[in-house]
Design a protein around this ligand. Sequence first.
Ligand code: KG4
Ligand code: ZN
Length: 356
Amino acid sequence: MRILGIETSADDTGIALVDAEGNFGSAFECTILANERISQSGHEAYGGIYPNLAKEEHKKNLPIAFEKVMQGNAKPDAIAVTVGPGLEPCLWTGINFAQTLAAKWKKPVVAVNHMEGHIIMSMMEIVSPSLGQCAKFEFPALALLISGGHTELILMKDPPAGGGHYEYIGRTRDDAVGEAFDKVARLLELGYPGGPEISRLAKEAREKNIVADFELPRPMLHEDNFDFSFAGLKTAVRRIVENPQAGGKPNDEIKLQIAREFEDAVADVLVAKTMRAVDECGVNTVVLGGGVSANAHIRTLLNSKLSSINCKLLVCPPEFSTDNALMIALAGYFHALKKEFADPVSLSAKGNLKLA
Ligand code: KG4
Ligand code: ZN
């Protein structure tokens, strides 16, 4: 089956085309025919995504990405489009694009949940630049989703796609972890998105053996639940940055110290809570997904803790961790296999769409 995936939930415009066959656990294979992503600029000044700017950029970028993807390729059997969660003005641009194609090609449409896309992407093994297979593992499995808008621990009782198999067991009570990275980066006068910037400085600090002479909190680390909180961490960083003794402006040394200590604090909390959930839920696989899962330190720490208890970590190559349309095409495929199609005319954007 050939699937076209469309992703416009935030500030990346993505279109991908895949040929896929098989099902979870039974000889799944996909050929990645094309995977275009156009990342937007211009949001730096706002320190976050400015929805109306993002919407206009998607409208401009979608036809450009589409033309590249379809070059030399026959039309797909179905179209998969992200309908939520995300910024509604942005989601609508992708939905309208999918509706136009569906009418023109007379092909069915699958409505995809963006977070399920992240989960399915991490379940894949990218064997070569154009070939993907499905990792071998058993259910139940635990998903840790960390992105710009989400921080969630989800128990998956059965393979994704097919409905009703997700159970939220923990979530952030305030900022998402990616949001915390972005806000701290802004306090440190770094670029947007902040995650890769902080991560780069933290790596440099580790290489130079620079250790902070202060300690940041590990919010909710010892609380007996699977919830998270990251707003206090950002406030703690602000206090250090705005300390008049430091001149009210972070110098390069302080930036390195903060980046490393912040990344350590975030990783400590994410990993500790995930390990507790693994133990309590009795799973032997963790699926790590979402843009923040591109973070090398979080991956390494989680992987070493999980391997010490013989638990498997599934995570995709970092370039597929952040938003892309390949993950939407793949999620769309598994729904299309089950003939779970949407009526293209009644599709609508759902900013707060949940998995369960
Ligand atoms: O999944 P994603 O691309 O978009 C959303 O669905 O939100 O995630 C974007 C988030 C941003 O907050 C960005 O700063 C963060 O992922 N991010 C990272 C890294 N790369 C991207 N955070 C930490 N370390 C990274 N290497
Ligand atoms: Zn995402």
